[in-house]
Design a protein around this ligand. Structure first.
Ligand code: ZN
Ligand code: ZN
Ligand code: ZN
Length: 368
């Protein structure tokens, strides 16, 4: 993720912010520019927090498009679950992110709005990375074949259990995953070192992009060499995985236990892991993180470029190893579990390099 600043007072702000904590101006994300900018009500003087809630149009004061007119996404102005802006000339009520969500949870249940907000926050973070890689998905209602839709569903008494997953361009997320207590319980049950909402979005997007970037393309042979034959029966493979558990030496081949269940899942887990590295390295680069260890045998770190402009996969990985040691050390100091509880074996690195090669081709306009 990049770093963002209030255009009015220059204070650092977050991707998720809706107001500048310092000067009170409205903040909104402009997906076309991939920036959080400050906005002033149109035909009015800037006013303090709350007083401008009724304004319909907002002028950007970002230097790139200063004076340009915008509206808030309806889910921003009405529902408080979004912070993206829409060009005033665009007729859509919803922003580029919210248009991808076709089913939202029932808002008759109070708690669901909180869960929905967390889901949309994680989804927007995924989308930011996808846009950076020029992998902007088209909403399914606009392209029924190649489009993408998100359905946020809830378990109901006596109904079938909602399974988080992907099928033909529809990503379903069980909204209970947005509840940290539920997620932690599932994490323990599945014996996973790590389970996050953002990780779910990244994983499921991997299945979607498999269909876009690998299946039926010239990349399938190279895919099979690394990940195996994806035509083996999926349901049987998964059942076998749950019945027998993973091989004791799973981490010599796979990035996670679940990746060993089927080549599709291996791909989705590897894809998710790559996006996890990519976003974290982009953040470290944007924040100017450097490591200058006292002990000269320890690895120094200067991130010379944003990961989208990295010279090579090897450079990314070298930066990543140095960074994750520090991430884990910092977390241990504040009494939290390791933020990066993974080890990457040589076959896993080969798979990550394959993902890197493909997304770099997309990011630099060489085919997707
Ligand atoms: Zn400000
Ligand atoms: Zn929105
Ligand atoms: Zn999956």
């Amino acid at each position: 993720m990049k770093t963002f600043h209030c255009d009015n007072c220059a204070r650092q702000v977050f991707f998720e912010n809706k107001r500048c904590e310092n000067c009170g101006w409205l903040l909104g994300y402009q997906p076309e520019l991939q920036v959080v900018s400050s906005f002033t009500p149109e035909d009015d003087e800037p006013v303090a927090d709350g007083d401008d809630a009724g304004a319909l149009r907002w002028r950007s004061i970002n230097p790139v498009n200063q004076g340009r007119s915008f509206r808030q996404c309806s889910n921003f102005s009405q529902q408080d679950v979004c912070n993206w802006m829409i060009d005033a000339g665009d007729d859509n009520a919803f922003c580029a992110s919210c248009r991808l969500t076709t089913v939202i949870p029932s808002l008759a249940v109070d708690q669901n709005r909180i869960l929905w907000r967390r889901l949309e926050v994680a989804k927007r973070r995924l989308l930011h990375t996808l846009w950076t890689l020029h992998l902007q998905p088209v909403p399914k209602p606009e392209d029924s074949q190649a489009g993408l839709a998100f359905e946020f569903l809830e378990d109901v008494p006596h109904g079938p259990r909602v399974l988080t997953g992907h099928a033909e361009g529809v990503i379903t997320i069980n909204i209970a995953e947005a509840d940290p207590a539920y997620r932690e319980k599932m994490r323990e049950q599945m014996a996973e070192p790590y389970r996050t909402l953002l990780g779910h979005f990244r994983h499921e997007s991997g299945h979607y992009y498999f269909d876009r970037l690998i299946a039926g393309t010239g990349r399938i042979d190279a895919f099979r060499q690394l990940f195996g034959d994806e035509t083996v029966n999926y349901a049987e493979s998964l059942q076998r995985h749950y019945d027998n558990g993973a091989a004791p030496d799973w981490n010599r081949q796979f990035v996670s236990v679940y990746a060993g269940s089927h080549p599709w899942e291996d791909w989705a887990e590897t894809w998710a892991h790559y996006l996890h590295m990519f976003d974290t390295l982009e953040t470290a680069y944007s924040c100017g993180v450097q490591l200058r260890p006292k002990n000269r045998s320890e690895q120094k770190l200067t991130i010379g470029a944003s990961p989208v402009d990295a010279a090579s996969f090897e450079e990314l990985i070298s930066e990543w190893f140095a960074l994750t040691y520090v991430l884990n050390s910092l977390n241990r100091s504040i009494g939290m579990p390791d933020s990066y509880p993974f080890t990457l074996s040589t076959p896993v690195l080969e798979k990550l390099k394959f993902v890197h090669g493909i997304v770099m081709q997309c990011a630099h306009g060489e085919g997707g």
